[in-house]
Structure formats: structure tokens, C-alpha cells
Design a protein around this ligand. Structure first.
Ligand code: SF4
Length: 139
């Protein structure tokens, strides 16, 4: 039987229920997932995605860095987070200044934590200046 090098407590990334999980890690690989019993969200239970859906973490074709096109006709090439975020910020500023704040909208995700969703709506309202915020869970 495998013995874990460490156990990482975290939140299942798949949906807005937010089940609490323990990731059992050996040689930097997740080999087992347990639902935690000490919380009021899932009481140790997990659905099939939360229990078995972690092969993507170690997938060889998983993206390791942002991809960007020099122009709309060029191929995607890897870039740094600093360059990618600077580019997105410049382009959002250009669109906002040219067409107005309500020309931009954001669709957030149930895969984000509450804190991430809070930050995204704050970005839209305080930085972009628009209330165009929606969420996939509203479907
Ligand atoms: S274990 Fe299932 S129900 Fe719980 S957060 Fe993950 S996907 Fe949602």
C-alpha cells in the first residue's frame, strides 16, 4: 500500500458546491482523493468527478504557460505571464477607452472560488466601470 509523502487539503475544483478534499501525494503525483468529514459542505462525500477526476493535473499536454498570437493570423506561441497580462490589460484599456465600459462583459465560472468571483466582479465594477457581470451557474 502506498504511503503519501504529504496530504494537501483543498477545495474540489469542479463545481460551485465546494466540497472539501484531501489530495494524497506521492513523488509529486496525486494518487488518491478523499472527501473531508470535518465540514458542513460534503461530510466526506464526493461525486465521481471530485473523487477520480484529477488526471488532468499530470497530463503531458497540459498548458504550462500562457499562449499568445502576435496578430490574428499567426500561431499561438508560449509567452510569460507578465507579457500576457500586460497585453490583456492594454487591450481591455483600449476597448474601454474607445467604446466605453459597457462594451466589455465578464462571464465568471462555478469553477472559481467565491473569493475569485468576488475579485472578478470587483475588477469589472471598480477598474473597468461596468456592471456587465454574469456567471455560468445562472444557466
Ligand atoms: S465533488 Fe462533485 S459535487 Fe463536490 S465540488 Fe466536486 S464536482 Fe462538485
Amino acid at each position: 500500500m502506498l504511503t503519501s509523502d504529504r496530504i494537501v487539503t483543498t477545495t474540489c475544483p469542479y463545481c460551485g458546491v465546494g466540497c472539501q478534499i484531501d489530495l494524497h501525494i506521492k513523488d509529486e503525483m496525486i494518487y488518491r482523493v478523499n472527501g473531508r468529514f470535518d465540514n458542513h459542505v460534503n461530510y466526506g462525500n464526493l461525486c465521481v468527478k471530485g473523487r477520480f477526476g484529477y488526471d488532468y493535473v499530470h497530463a503531458p499536454d497540459r498548458l504550462q504557460s500562457p499562449l499568445m498570437r502576435a496578430d490574428r493570423h499567426s500561431d499561438l506561441t508560449p509567452t510569460t505571464w507578465d507579457d500576457a497580462l500586460d497585453t490583456v490589460a492594454q487591450r481591455l484599456r483600449h476597448v474601454r477607452d474607445t467604446y466605453g465600459p459597457d462594451s466589455i462583459a465578464i462571464l465568471t465560472s462555478a469553477k472559481c472560488t467565491n473569493e475569485e468571483n468576488y475579485l472578478l466582479q470587483k475588477l469589472m465594477r471598480a477598474v473597468i466601470g461596468s456592471n456587465n457581470v454574469d456567471h455560468c451557474a445562472r444557466l
